[in-house]
Design a protein around this ligand. Structure first.
Ligand code: ATP
Ligand code: MG
Length: 182
């Protein structure tokens, strides 16, 4: 019985993430999906709440062939303790799937095997470029599963991003979007 762990911010969940999950389902019996930076929302880099990201993922994975658990995980801002933070929040797992260099480093140092799947069309399939497209009013829908398109429309996600991008001439409002993004 092999359980795999896959972590990302999923802002939003896109087709690149789906290719990783497809590979995991061929190599593991169960999947844990960690939603990182769960406390962040309503800023241009993190427009969606943890709950909205749970919705995107569960709708997109409807009918997935293996059992999976979606677990929001808040940042702790202490990289040396981060793996322990993760394992305190998740079912036990055998392998981590990630291509993020810091995440690879932290799990490797903790002695947990890491697998780094190759990138799927990374130029277009990245959260950053999809958020940029949403902001600029360019087409983004074909880059995410159709269930994610539905969720983003349902929560008026594009209106939110456009509003966050509006400039009323004020300096940055630190108490709302300062360093801690609280
Ligand atoms: P952002 O640009 O906001 O960082 P992202 O596309 O990198 O978004 P993350 O949520 O940061 O998405 O990534 C979660 C995991 O998915 C990471 O391990 C990342 O390397 C991987 N990943 C992201 N895009 C792809 C892709 N196109 N193909 C395969 N893996 C991907
Ligand atoms: Mg990333």
């Amino acid at each position: 019985m092999k359980r795999a762990f896959y972590i990302g911010r999923f802002q939003p969940f896109h087709n690149g993430h789906l290719t990783v999950i497809d590979r995991i389902t061929r190599e593991a019996d169960e999947l844990i999906i960690g939603i990182g930076s769960a406390q962040l929302s309503h800023d241009l880099e993190n427009p969606f709440t943890a709950g909205e990201r749970v919705l995107m993922i569960t709708r997109a994975l409807e009918g997935l062939c293996c059992p999976y658990y979606v677990i929001p995980i808040e940042d702790i801002k202490r990289n040396a303790l981060w793996v322990a933070h993760i394992t305190s929040m998740t079912p036990p797992f055998d392998t981590v799937y990630t291509s993020n260099p810091l995440v690879i480093r932290l799990f490797s140092e903790a002695g947990i095997p890491v697998c780094s799947p190759s990138m799927f069309k990374r130029e277009s399939h990245s959260g950053t470029s999809i958020r940029d497209r949403m902001r600029a009013g360019k087409p983004w829908e074909r880059l995410v599963p159709s269930a994610v398109v539905d969720v983003i429309h349902e929560i008026h996600g594009i209106d939110r991003i456009r509003d966050l991008d509006r400039d009323d001439g004020d300096p940055k409002i630190e108490y709302l979007s300062g360093e801690d993004h609280v």
